[in-house]
Each structure stands twice: as structure tokens, then as C-alpha cells.
Ligand binder design. Structure first.
Ligand code: ATP
Ligand code: LTN
Length: 330
């Protein structure tokens, strides 16, 4: 069975972008693949996090995995920091990656822009992400469009390692949805919808109440026209909303256009809000039950146990090939 691995940072409230761009594909892929879905808390601390908030968000993301439909009997759900092999292989990958490669990463440039002090971990972030993926010999990595560059560096590092130390690491493929891979911000269609955006009206959180969702969508920026037409180049805002509609209703973009031909933005936005609520409300209901039951601790402990078995095998092989003197018995 082919292997799938992906991760989501507990760095804020998960958004509809995280759901459509990534999590929904996790749910889809679990049926026919051996899956590892991780809360990447070590990545989250590459920018400052409040300790209490980090703890709460880590549990929240894990519970959202379950609420969104990931079945812990089918997929391994765990926290990155529960499997020490990530930090260890992350370090080894840091020694393999070039400064020039890291300097080209647009996520680093975006996140570092305008900041006076930037932690070195934000810069070396892709080396840890490469380790995450390579530890599990993942075939497929479901991510949103913004992670393409990190996947390329992961592939390059695996090839570099194999070339230098002999074939051992699997070269992973990105799995990026054709539609919905880049949901844009509600207040600025040139930026991706992001949970780290301080403006709450810029994103729809997976846990926003139906009324908040309706309010945010009614306030979403649009152009001054009234035609519900998909054209990202000239009408980026309404095109983004049409894309969200199509994804939530499971229909094509053309069908959305047809349904709202001649009706204007008002009725379209009203119906869009209901479509989003219809997707998120059942997830929120399950989320509440999962948090109340406390079942997540058991799921995370089993997930970390299974993940460690796989990860430690790869780590030992990598260390052996690199020339580390292994402890007796390894
Ligand atoms: P932040 O915005 O806090 O930097 P993020 O949401 O971009 O974080 P993650 O939480 O690690 O980062 O993202 C998890 C997954 O969700 C990744 O696969 C990412 O590509 C995807 N994703 C994030 N935002 C969007 C978006 N706006 N549209 C589509 N996919 C997205
Ligand atoms: N870099 C990703 C999160 C991430 C990830 C991973 C995704 C960390 N490790 C491994 C896929 C596979 C992000 O910022 N969205």
C-alpha cells in the first residue's frame, strides 16, 4: 500500500483553506493508503507561540482531524514532538541543505518580511519538513499549492542523500488538488487565506459559528460589478468565492455561474454562506463531542507509537549510511 504523509501547524484556528486545500484530501486518501497525519508543533514554534495557546491548538487540530472524518483505525494521527526522530533527522537534513536553497523559499520571505528578529528555525524550516516526509518513505504528500516549493526541496534533498550515501530515501510526490489548492483571503484576494492573519474577518475558521460565517461572507470584499463570473485575472475576489462555493457544494465552477446568472452578488453570497455552514456545522458538532470525550489522548498515543516504529527504522538506516557509529544492537 502506498504511503501518505502530511502535517498541519497548530499555529491558530484552522481555516476553510486548510480544510479544502489539505484536510479534505486526507480524508479521501485514508481509504486506500497507509496514512500518517501529523500536528506539526515543532514547525509551529518557528514563530513565537504562547505556551498555553500552543497546547490548546495542538489538541484542537488533532480533534479536528477526527471531526473532519479521519478514522484513527485507518490512519495514524500524532504530534510531531511525540516522535523524536523528526528533530533528529531534521538536524541531519539541515546539514545537507544549502543556504541558497533556503533563501529562495517564498514562505520564509513572506513570514520574515518586515520583522526585526527572525528565529533561525524559520529559515531552516524546510529541512525539518523534508525529514517529516522522508522518515515515512511517503509516496504522496497532500498539501495546498503554497507547499509546492517545500516539496521540491524535499525531493532534492532525498536525491542528494541517495547520490551521496546510496539509494535509501523514497522520492515523494506532491498531491495538490486541481481546484481549491489556494483559497484566498476574504479581505484581499492577492493573499492566501491564513490562520496566522491577525484580521479574523480575512478567514473563515473551521470552528466559526454559523452566524459568524454568514457575517464574514457578507462582508467579503468584491469588485463593484454584479456578474457572478469566474475570472481570477480580472475578478479575483468573486472568483475566489465561486471557487469556495464549487468546493463546498461539490459542483463545477460553470454550474455555479449558471445558477447565479443575472442574480447579482447578494443572493450568491447568501447561498454561499449556507453552503459553507452545511460543510462545517457537522464537523463542529463532532468536534465538540470528541473534545468532551477525551478520546484524542488515546488516539495520539497509539499514533505516536506506530509512527515511531516506522520513523526510527528510516532514521537508523540514514545514520548508518552517513557513518554514525550506532549503539550495539542497531
Ligand atoms: P499559516 O497560515 O499559519 O502560516 P498555514 O495554514 O499556511 O499556516 P499549515 O497549517 O501548516 O499552514 O497548512 C496546512 C495545510 O493547509 C497545508 O497543506 C497548506 O498548503 C494548506 N493550506 C493552508 N492555507 C491554505 C489555503 N488558503 N488554501 C489552500 N490550502 C491551504
Ligand atoms: N510546511 C507545511 C506544514 C508541514 C507539512 C509537513 C506538510 C510540516 N511538515 C510535512 C506536509 C508534510 C505548512 O506550512 N503548511
Amino acid at each position: 500500500m502506498a504511503r501518505v504523509l502530511s502535517g498541519i501547524q497548530p499555529s491558530g484556528n484552522l481555516t476553510l483553506g486548510n480544510y479544502i486545500g489539505a484536510m479534505r484530501n486526507f480524508v479521501k486518501l485514508q481509504h486506500e493508503h497507509e496514512c500518517y497525519f501529523m500536528v506539526v508543533d515543532l514547525h509551529a514554534v518557528t514563530v513565537p507561540q504562547e505556551p498555553e495557546a500552543l497546547r490548546e491548538q495542538s489538541e484542537a487540530v488533532a480533534a479536528l482531524f477526527l471531526a473532519a472524518g479521519i478514522d484513527p483505525l485507518k490512519a495514524n494521527i500524532f504530534l510531531q514532538s511525540h516522535v523524536p526522530a523528526h528533530a533528529e533527522l531534521g538536524w541531519l537534513m539541515t546539514t545537507l541543505v544549502y543556504m541558497g536553497e533556503l533563501e529562495r523559499m517564498t514562505q520564509f520571505k513572506d513570514k520574515a518580511a518586515g520583522k526585526e528578529a527572525v528565529g533561525a528555525g524559520l529559515f531552516t524550516y524546510p529541512a525539518l519538513m523534508a525529514a517529516d516526509i522522508l522518515l515515512y518513505e511517503a509516496d504522496l504528500v497532500p498539501v495546498g499549492d503554497d507547499q509546492k516549493q517545500h516539496l521540491e526541496i524535499t525531493r532534492d534533498l532525498a536525491q542528494r542523500f541517495n547520490h551521496r550515501f546510496g539509494d535509501c530515501l523514497k522520492i515523494p510526490q506532491p498531491y495538490i488538488p486541481e481546484v481549491g489548492a489556494r483559497i484566498m483571503s476574504l479581505d484581499d484576494a492577492t493573499k492566501k487565506m491564513s490562520k496566522s492573519n491577525p484580521v479574523a474577518g480575512s478567514y473563515i475558521a473551521m470552528l466559526d459559528s454559523p452566524d459568524v460565517i454568514r457575517k464574514k461572507i457578507s462582508r467579503a470584499v468584491t469588485d463593484s460589478g454584479r456578474e457572478v463570473k469566474y475570472d481570477p485575472a480580472t475578478k479575483p475576489e468573486i472568483s475566489n468565492l465561486i471557487g469556495i462555493f464549487a468546493q463546498c457544494a461539490n459542483i463545477g465552477v460553470a454550474e455555479v455561474e449558471e445558477r447565479f446568472a443575472g442574480l447579482g452578488y447578494g443572493p450568491f453570497k447568501k447561498e454561499l454562506a449556507e453552503q459553507v455552514v452545511a460543510v462545517l456545522e457537522p464537523i463542529q458538532q463532532r468536534y465538540k463531542e470528541i473534545r468532551e470525550s477525551g478520546e484524542i489522548y488515546d488516539v495520539l498515543s497509539k499514533g505516536a507509537f506506530n509512527a515511531s516504529q516506522t520513523a526510527n527504522r528510516t532514521l537508523t538506516e540514514v545514520k548508518r549510511r552517513m557513518g554514525f557509529l550506532l549503539p550495539p544492537g542497531q
